[in-house]
Ligand binder design. Sequence first.
Ligand code: PLP
Length: 434
Amino acid sequence: MMTINQFIKPKSTKRNSKGNLELGGCDCLELAGKYGTPLYVMCKETLVDMAQSFKKAFSDYPKFQPTYASKALMTKKIAEILYSEGFGFDAVSGGEIYTLHKAGVDMARVTFNGNNKTQDEIKLALEVGIGHFSIDNFSEIEDLASALQGTDKIQHVQLRITPGIECHTHEYIQTGHLDSKFGFDLSQTDSAVEEILKHKNLELKGLHAHIGSQIFETKVFEDEIEVLIKELARLNEKFNLKLDEINIGGGLGITYTKEDTPPSVYEIAEIIKNAIDKNCKKYSIEKPKLFIEPGRSIVGTAGATLYRAGSSKQVPNGKKYVALDGGMADNPRPSMYGAQYSAEVANNKENKTTEQITLSGRYCESGDILIKNIELPKIEKGDVVCIYNTGAYNYSMASNYNRILKPAMVLVNQGQSAMIVSRQTYEQLIENDL
Ligand SMILES: Cc1ncc(COP(=O)(O)O)c(C=O)c1O
């Protein structure tokens, strides 16, 4: 078992006897030929290994429930694999809930998060028997209570708080600072608890927070845990409650480029467990049940995207661009928040000279650049380029911009490949057009 979040490539990555890049024992040129490009490739070995590393890292914590954050990547197959590894799920929409339900997940292991759950989504979540709601704001308390009115159902809820912690990650993926759209400010938690306690169908179980994503610092997790435990102890005392759950959200960083040096899941787990230990003693409470919602760190490194190189352009006295057959619609992260990636040419390029190029996408935006200034062996038209670490927030954020079809996704393992999401078709593209 390894701490994958310290590696850029899927565990199974190697060059085969032909010198071609191989993922999960499958030649990337053959994958590109068989399934077309762009192609999302998920390495099962890496995915399972990461899920198991998480469980192992927390195995000595008495009550632990990992709930994978579906937003990072959700398909029926991904749900099945992580469910069979003992994971629960964080869902933020009717679509994620529906997918999990159809994948055969026990919905008691699912937490419904989000800052603006619709009435229809609340109804669906209740129908399928969702385990927890993470209550984000006052209007949600009313909406949920009214959806439960007249039933004898007791719905477990956690209260999402904004712990007032700023982590040094991109502004768009920070969520725990005070001026955030998510959760209750600490000055509002008493009123929120009073409101929840008025409704006999709601049972408050604990507190939830999520401070951001792609976090490398460890101190912010210690600070978050102190806020959660202190607040849990205070609310128990003040309202004579027995809250015994904390949900610390996700956010563990991964290695997109060699400049990224996140702590391993084992290091983070030790810090989290020690912080719980210390603060439970300090605030005189029993260790609560621990929920953690990793997304990126479970699926990110397991995924890679294969593209075929097309046209290229040398700007006189400037950059050389090589255009790929995908871009910002299958991977919006670089254009959205300047995310960096690593790439390799899948074809055998042994002894070929390298050059500095910019890998651009094919979409009609100048900002559609996947990687700026990367040193790669000279790429010929038709070569296959592999961009690593695309398992998280790529397919899940993909769009049909320019009416270009969404790619297929394959799961590779020990020389076998299986399509787990088929490539969109033109018929599907227009099927909702009236
Ligand atoms: C509430 C919540 N939990 C978990 C996550 C997953 O974060 P990550 O993918 O960084 O682990 C997110 C991501 O935004 C989130 O909003």
